[in-house]
Ligand binder design. Structure first.
Ligand SMILES: Nc1nc2c(ncn2[C@@H]2O[C@H](COP(=O)(O)OP(=O)(O)OP(=O)(O)O)[C@@H](O)[C@H]2O)c(=O)[nH]1
Length: 247
């Protein structure tokens, strides 16, 4: 809903600019302002919008354009590129630090995040994706906090035909993940995926538990799953998670 509204507002801003008979600084300025307003209304961080605005202005130099160049296309492309850059998770990260599970080498990937953010669903999708690529994944349910968490993972895993591990009796998630990792290693599962409990930055004990899970399993990758509809609140939460484990 929010995304559809935002998309509509940005398209309208670009359309209004394109419909103008002459594209001059005033039209360009109005177009950028309309896009800024749409992003602010969609709860995008002000600093990101300011940077995007400055970048587009640097790229589009209307006075310096040689005749024959389509100002409309150049503005549209610059807006498109900058919006994509804002969403690109690899911006500012060295490509050598990306982690991809490989065949023949056991990898542990841990999913963390707030309650109900989509961890279990994403874990299963991630496992399914790599299963199709020929890696043998295994899902471990480390959520001993929410009733029904193991059943949910079991249901998803069964549907996707992915092996799973968990316990109805054990209350210590650290014990479960250690056993789960061992079990899957014995079964030659190359990609061991840990689905953890939902937690919030104000829940110190649950953050400590997450730190212990990470300590016990030394994951190759920790993925923070968030629901974009929480808007800017995602920033503080992401920072808090990053301070406890290597997200
Ligand atoms: N629209 C939408 N819904 C999703 C997505 N991922 C998960 N959901 C739904 O969001 C709800 C919560 O998803 P879960 O995967 O159970 O979330 P979780 O983080 O494991 O939840 P907890 O274990 O309780 O912390 C479910 O109803 C999912 O179907 C998504 O990408 N888009």
């Amino acid at each position: 809903m929010v995304l559809a509204q935002l998309g509509g507002s940005i398209s309208r801003a670009l359309q209004n600019m394109s419909n103008s008979t002459v594209i001059d600084e005033a039209v360009f300025h109005d177009c950028l302002n309309e896009i800024n307003r749409a992003l602010l209304q969609a709860d995008v961080q002000f600093e990101l919008i300011r940077n995007m605005h400055a970048n587009i202005k640097n790229i589009v130099n209307l006075d310096g354009l040689a005749a024959g160049h389509s100002k409309r296309k150049i503005i549209q492309q610059a807006v498109f590129d900058e919006l994509c850059k804002m969403l690109d998770p690899t911006t500012g990260i060295k490509s050598s630090s990306f982690f991809f599970p490989k065949k023949g080498k056991t990898s542990v990937v841990m999913f963390v995040g707030l309650q109900g953010s989509g961890k279990t669903t994403t874990c299963t999708k991630y496992a399914h994706y790599y299963q199709k690529k020929g890696l043998k994944p295994g899902l471990v349910c480390a959520d001993t906090f929410r009733a029904g968490a193991f059943d949910q993972l079991k249901q998803n895993a069964t549907k996707a035909k992915i092996p799973f591990y968990g316990s109805y009796m054990e209350s210590d998630p650290v014990k479960i993940v250690v056993e789960g990792v061992e079990r899957f290693k014995e079964e030659n599962c190359y990609l061991i995926i840990l689905d953890t409990s939902g937690r919030h930055k104000q829940e110190a004990a649950l953050f400590e538990e997450m730190r212990q899970l990470s300590e016990a399993t030394k994951p190759d990758l920790v993925i923070f799953v968030m629901d974009s509809s929480i808007g800017q609140a995602a920033f503080g939460q992401a920072q808090a998670f990053k301070q406890s484990v290597a997200v």
